[in-house]
Design a protein around this ligand. Structure first.
Ligand code: ADP
Length: 389
């Protein structure tokens, strides 16, 4: 957080010293006597606008810890700001009080951490800085406090830890099966040819499961690495859908499933990476095959949507199956990594729990959106929508 804070502090320090100078002139260079004088009333409006343009909660206090200004984000985290009163009237947080008291010499940065319990529990990191008085007679130096909400960062690091734990767990299970069978083959089943054949088949299946998981983990990390690089090429959703259907037609027909593809009659061009989009659509079609109705039907449709006056034209690609559908409580979580309605059923079908997470990342990189509509007993439709070029 420091570079961001340093830039903000530099920016504000210039503004604050000129405001402090103006305050000195307005006061006829007389000593500032505390909150009653409210010397920030005019120039303070500008400071308030600057504070509000900061991306983090920020407060300005005088040398007596009287709160002079606070931005709207500060109000969000601290509640009502009692301007013109001692900071303790706004918050009794001991870490914040200590940081203001320790702000020290001009230019010194007092870093601190605090936990707020109300209105919701949050962990924040902050820095309190004192600015030099603008003139010799200026005694009421100004303290700037900038806070940064760490809750989002904490949630991200929790997600990372959970992800590593989940991935390790997913790999450990087939590995344990393999190790067990290797021991059995080397020991009790040494001379049993029939058992060996059976065990080798199971081992091959577990090795394939590990390969699928590693392939999906690599695919996920590849799309994550490119998440902030907008695609530079043009892709046609008609061709994307045609390629995905072509690849999966043999899998669908071996399960007796009819896979129907309906392109848009015109070109369906978006700014996109053809191969990544094919991967996303394949994941959706493959899911429709795995979780759809045996001997059912799947349709892949490319269409326009939302082409109303004043709206940007958009294109969408939807994959619909007539399977058992998904209960509504699961729908919002389906694109989370390793989230599955039934882990055992997904594993039985060769799933890794990463397919939809990969789709979501690819769609996000393409400035698109994913929408899932499902009715239990009727089927599911996964729709990807993108701005057209
Ligand atoms: P998996 O590798 O388990 O298929 P995904 O991320 O692709 O992982 O999908 C997550 C879960 O969403 C699946 O385990 C399944 O429970 C559910 N799901 C996905 N697509 C469908 C579908 N077309 N019909 C019913 N359930 C689905």
């Amino acid at each position: 957080m420091l570079p961001r804070l340093t830039a903000a502090i530099k920016h504000l320090s210039l503004k604050l010293s000129s405001l402090a100078a103006a305050r000195g002139q307005r006061d006829g260079e007389k000593k500032y006597g505390g909150p009653a004088e409210q010397p920030w009333q005019n120039g303070g409006q500008l400071a308030f606008s600057i504070l509000n343009s900061l991306p983090d909660p920020a407060l300005i206090l005088d040398d007596f810890a009287v709160l002079l200004r606070g931005n709207n984000l500060a109000r969000d985290v601290l509640g009502e700001l009692r301007i013109g009163e001692h900071i303790s009237r706004t918050t009794r947080n001991p870490e914040l009080a200590a940081a203001i008291a320790n702000a020290g010499q001009p230019g010194h940065r007092e870093q601190f951490e605090l936990v707020l319990h109300s209105p919701i529990e949050r962990r924040l990191e902050g820095v309190a800085t004192r600015f030099a008085p603008a003139s010799k007679s200026e005694t009421a130096a100004t303290i700037l406090v900038i806070l940064q909400d760490l809750s989002e960062r904490d949630a991200l690091s929790r997600m990372r830890v959970e992800f590593v734990a989940n991935a390790s767990h997913e790999l450990r299970t087939p590995l344990a099966v393999l190790t067990g069978f290797i021991e059995t083959l080397a020991g009790p089943a040494k001379g049993d040819v029939a058992a060996q054949q059976r065990f080798l088949a199971i081992m091959a299946e577990q090795a394939a499961r590990m390969t699928r998981l590693i392939d999906d983990l690599l695919a996920l990390s590849r799309v994550e690495m490119r998440a902030h690089l907008a695609p530079t090429t043009i892709a046609d959703l008609n061709l994307v859908a045609a390629d995905a259907v072509e690849h999966l037609k043999p899998v669908a027909s071996s399960d007796g499933i009819a896979l129907v593809y309906q392109p848009l009659t015109a070109a369906a061009e978006i700014r996109g990476d053809h191969d990544e989009l094919v991967q996303a659509v394949q994941n959706l079609v493959h899911n429709a095959i795995k979780y759809g109705r045996p001997a059912g039907s799947i349709s892949v449709v490319v269409s326009h949507y939302g082409n109303r006056p004043g709206q940007l034209p958009s294109l969408q690609l939807s994959v619909t199956d007539d399977g058992p559908g998904i209960a509504p409580e699961h729908v919002p979580r389906l694109t989370e990594r390793f989230y599955r309605v039934s882990t055992s059923f997904s594993r039985e079908k060769g799933g890794t729990g990463l397919g939809l997470a990969i789709v979501k990342h690819i769609v996000t990189r393409h400035h698109g959106a994913i929408h899932i509509a499902s009715k239990v007993g009727i089927g599911s439709t996964f729709t990807l929508s993108f701005p057209s070029v």
